[in-house]
Design a protein around this ligand. Sequence first.
Ligand code: SAM
Length: 289
Amino acid sequence: TPPGLLGPADVRRLSTVLGVRPTKTLGQNFVHDAGTVRRIVRAAGVAPGDVVLEVGPGLGSLTLALLEAGAHVVAVEIDPPLARALAATVAERMPDAVGRLDVLTADAMTVRGPADLPGPVAPNRLVANLPYNVAVPVLLTLLRNLPSVTDVLVMVQAEVADRLAAPPGSRTYGVPSAKAAWYASAERAGTISRTVFWPVPNVDSALVRLRRRPAPATTATREEVFAVVDAAFAQRRKTLRAALAGWAGSPAAAEEALRAAGVEPSERGEKLAIADFARIAEHRPSPRG
Ligand code: SAM
């Protein structure tokens, strides 16, 4: 019978055969534990019929587990040698699943819409062990550009998972929390030991689950709302009146917009939910004179 999921010896052998020298810049830490990738797939709730977008398949550890669960996998890998080897790895280890794999060699940040992806239909899920340094921009880009993705389960650095799932008012609430909340609700979904990776990373990892929900009802555009979020958090310790002075034109104009939106001008950005930022965006004063 074909060997199936990758273990420690497989990860070592594959990287040797492919001449892979894992780089920090691309966040290349490969999972060599079958229990871990199965746990991720289970936490994601992947079932036959799902079309799963996987960013950064690497050597194929998670890809094989997604295929094992019956999904069709659309894998987007930036590193050409890894992207090229993926189909052969699946053919060798899970031959029956080869027809359910599509591979795109690309930077996930450049995916502008479903037309940029191979695969039978647009993906309904994103499941990935994201490269650490670009996890948040990749996630926000894909939520923006792929509305068909309604369910997300990603492995990220533990601090990033905290930030994504943080509610307004909590210590880790910030730009990623507020922007992710435009698209989805987010919650932590467990931690992952660093020992399941090769090479062993120097940060802890965690799972975060996001479920798409309607954007807040507002007449402002997403760009307009995100501009308020960026300004509000640019200087964390400032009051909103001061932080939004540049955005509004003056502290007085900021105060007026905040009051019109029903937000206390002496409040700080970390107290506001995405719907509050949207209301503020609606009251941006138009430039005068
Ligand atoms: N999924 C594999 C696993 O669990 O073992 C590998 C995960 S590793 C943390 C991240 C992977 O993302 C690497 O294979 C890396 O080459 C790839 N990667 C890094 N930046 C990327 C980007 N912008 N777009 C697509 N893939 C990227």
